[in-house]
Design a protein around this ligand. Structure first.
Ligand code: UD1
Length: 338
């Protein structure tokens, strides 16, 4: 069974390729290496013993996208990770984000509808909920006005798929709304490779601990939470990757109740920034240099998932803990820079 993974050399994409190959799928990766490295393939091969097909292709080129699908007529499912994801960059260059995240989605869906291929999985984000009124967040929580062009591309992306599924009943799609994926593969063969200064908490923590950054700034300790720092639902990337395989099987086995379904991917447990730091210090045996600074613009106070729908309907739940994730992130950091 051949599966296309766009953005398959990125953080979540590469972990998903591993889980797919471990389950016997033949994987074709499309990646333009804009935020990833071709060396990730070596890590995938070391873990799975299997070489995926890799096509270096820019999905913004419609001719190339059409040509690709014409050459690979036996693709049975598409998992679409390829997208830009830096909030600040999206504010400075919104058109880049609409082109990378929306135009490419349209080109892929055009091919799937033309060729009557059915199975499609989309990387969405809990960012669509903004600051939810009720916690934990269920999938039917209202979508809030996007805080950034990046967030807007995830909302629009879901709308594009929903409308397409309405018009083309053959198309069968699932959007997975990720909370905060962190960690690395336990083999330490693949992990997160942020380019430049990381914007996200966990790579900033590990890069500070390894000596690449001087100090972590904790953005605000005056939020209405247990210790004043923001609450997020940090989920091990391997758990996130496994959810994609389960979602794909749900599509392939025609188990869906609607041809556009949405699931939260979270642990259901919220952790404050200080709890994440504590977990890091516990599993690494190392003190972290951090200071409390002002709030970061655009941060919500708290977001964590209600996982009932994913647990009961998708039949998936997380197996790994925050400590597991922090230990794997640290082992990965030590391996690549130690
Ligand atoms: C961020 C994005 C979100 C995107 C997600 C995926 C923002 C405001 N949100 O989510 O749209 O979907 O990444 O990549 O950028 N923190 C610190 N110090 C740091 C970094 C983070 O204290 O140096 C805190 C933040 O204030 C937040 C928590 O750590 O409370 C998690 O931050 P981050 O990893 O950036 O994730 P999100 O803000 O949830």
């Amino acid at each position: 069974m051949k599966v296309l993974v766009t953005g398959g050399l990125g953080f979540i994409g590469s972990h998903t390729v591993v889980e797919l190959q471990n389950k016997g799928y033949d994987v074709v990766i499309i990646d333009n290496l804009s935020n990833s490295s071709a060396e990730v393939i070596n890590g995938i091969v070391k873990i799975t013993g299997k070489m995926p097909i890799f096509v270096n292709l820019d999905l913004r080129n419609k001719q190339h996208v059409d040509g690709f699908f014409n050459q690979h007529k036996d693709i049975e499912g598409v998992i679409h990770f390829a997208a830009s994801k830096a909030v600040g960059e999206s504010v400075k260059d919104p058109l880049l984000y609409y082109e990378n995240n929306i135009t490419t989605l349209v080109y892929i869906l055009q091919q799937l509808t033309e060729l009557k291929r059915k199975n499609f999985i989309f990387s969405s984000s809990c960012t669509v909920y903004g600051q939810a009124d009720k916690l934990p967040i269920t999938e039917d929580a209202p979508i809030k006005l996007a805080e950034s062009p990046y967030g807007n591309t995830k909302q629009i992306g879901e709308e594009v798929i929903k409308d397409t599924c309405c018009a083309y009943k053959d198309l069968n799609a699932i959007a997975l709304r990720y909370f905060n994926p962190i960690g690395a593969h336990p083999s330490t063969e693949i992990g997160e490779l942020p380019i430049g200064v990381p914007q996200n908490l966990v790579p900033y923590i590990t890069q500070t601990a390894i000596g690449l950054r001087e100090q972590l700034s904790v953005f605000g300790d005056d939020y209405p939470t247990s210790d004043g720092t923001c609450v997020r639902d940090y989920i091990h990337v391997v758990d996130v990757a496994k959810a994609h395989v389960i979602a794909l099987e749900r599509l392939m086995e025609n188990k869906t109740v609607s041809n556009f379904e949405v699931f939260n991917l979270g642990t259901g447990k919220g952790s404050t920034v200080l709890e994440v730091i504590n977990s890091f210090e516990k599993v690494s045996g190392q003190k972290l240099n951090y200071k409390i600074v002002a709030r970061r613009e655009g941060d919500v106070t708290a977001a964590y998932a209600n996982t009932t729908h994913a647990n009961d309907v998708l039949g998936w739940k997380t197996e790994l803990s925050l400590d597991d994730a922090m230990a794997s992130a640290w082992n990965w950091e030590k391996k690549i820079r130690g």
